[in-house]
Design a protein around this ligand. Structure first.
Ligand code: AMP
Length: 387
């Protein structure tokens, strides 16, 4: 796959070639054509994924077309959490846009107002700003956001972590509603999800696997299970291990989540279930109970567990094996958070053993096969060369 097939202008491709970029990264492959088609995007991707080019290339291509309105003020606004990132984005803008006439301004905190005022008083195509300083300029009426056609929120999660929510809302309120909005963030859940709802229209979600997350401090094991009864016995043993704090258990279906949590309740565990059939309120209550440590085990389905962030979860059990390596990464990423050690255990049917290799290849991590004494699987493997 090359940059040409993504629909980029030859002048942009020439700059990329000059920079030695030969092929788009996964986030570029997905986000560039989607952004060129004009719709809003929510993109979850990490630093280092090539996300900057994923929004700058469509932004630069937009400037090839005439502006939709006259006057002063930028057509493109990029918000970033820090001055360093803003300056880096500005540098990339000139590298990718080397083949076009381009007027940019960075409007960031910690630098004098003088030059920023000068730059904003002239025609400018792209402004790259941190929310606090841009809001100051807005309040002093030294910037006009009425011409913005494309708004990019880069590292939205970090901007919110840094307390920029009010500034972002105030800035967005001054930008025309008929704009395109691209939101990039490591996560799209929780507070970022709520921001996304306020600032985007019918966004397309693009989730790039968080391979980096799997490289956290997580010890990974797989256990072969004969059947459900065997899985329940193994799970029971694991949950009674002394080092195990709170545990998240994944099942393939909502029904399995209900049944398994009922079974564990019968065995005396403080347990709850979380799945897509529950109302939002019930789900929030369940997570609250987990956070308040009123519950030790939560049995969940993949979709329901996205975005769960409970620091005391130190064991994730894949009671049903994930369908694909990407789901595995999302699941085990619920433990080992904030630099704490976590353990992930995957139960595999005899026929699912190949999954281990697949997961190892995808994550670059090692998954070691393990048996629990007295709960070994029956050896159903045929000798390799027998017929
Ligand atoms: P970013 O995630 O935007 O911070 O980009 C990470 C690094 O990857 C930067 O140094 C970019 O210059 C580089 N980069 C971005 N896209 C490509 C690509 N398609 N091919 C090679 N390098 C790239």
């Amino acid at each position: 796959m090359s940059f040409t097939t993504l629909g980029l202008d030859p002048s942009l491709i020439a700059s990329l070639t000059a920079l030695g970029y030969t092929a788009p990264t996964p986030v570029q492959l997905e986000a560039i054509p989607a952004a060129l088609s004009g719709g809003d995007l929510l993109v979850s991707s990490q630093t280092g994924s090539g996300k900057t080019a994923a929004f700058l290339l469509p932004a630069l291509q937009r400037l090839h077309k005439p502006a939709t309105s006259g006057g002063m003020g930028p057509r493109i606004l990029v918000l970033t959490p820090t001055r360093e990132l803003a300056l880096q984005v500005q540098k990339s803008t000139h590298a990718y846009g080397a083949g076009q006439r381009l007027r940019t301004a960075s409007v960031v905190g910690g630098l004098p107002y003088g030059l920023q005022l000068k730059l904003l008083a002239r025609p400018v195509d792209i402004v790259i700003a941190t929310p606090g300083r841009l809001k100051d300029h807005m309040d002093r009426r030294t910037v006009n956001l009425g011409r913005v056609e494309l708004l990019v929120l880069d590292e939205a999660d970090r901007m919110l972590d840094m307390g920029f929510q009010e500034e972002i809302d105030a800035i967005v309120a001054k930008i025309p509603k008929e704009r395109q909005t691209l939101l990039f963030s490591a996560t799209l859940e929780g507070i970022v999800g709520r921001l996304a709802q306020r600032v985007t229209k019918n966004p397309r979600r693009i989730v790039i696997a968080r391979v980096a997350e799997a490289k956290l401090d997580i010890t990974q094991h797989a256990l072969v299970a004969d059947n459900d009864a065997h899985k329940v016995r193994m799970l029971d043993t694991l949950l009674r291990e002394e080092e195990v704090d709170q545990t998240l258990v994944f099942t393939a279906t909502k029904r399995a989540a209900e049944e398994l949590s009922g079974e564990l309740l019968g065995k005396g565990f403080d347990v709850g279930a979380l799945h897509g059939d529950m109302r939002q309120r019930e789900r929030s209550q369940m997570l609250q109970r987990l956070r308040e440590r009123k519950m030790k085990v939560l049995v969940a389905t993949d979709v329901a567990a996205r975005g769960i962030d409970v620091p005391d979860i130190n064991l994730v059990v894949n009671y049903d094996a994930p369908r694909q390596a990407e789901d595995y990464v999302h699941r085990i990423g619920r433990t080992g958070r904030a630099g704490r050690a976590g353990v992930a255990v995957t139960f595999l049917g005899h026929q699912d053993r190949h999954l281990v290799r697949q997961i190892e290849r995808y994550t670059g991590n090692t998954v070691s096969m393990m048996v629990i004494p007295a709960l070994e699987p029956k050896n159903r493997d045929r000798p390799r060369y027998s017929r």
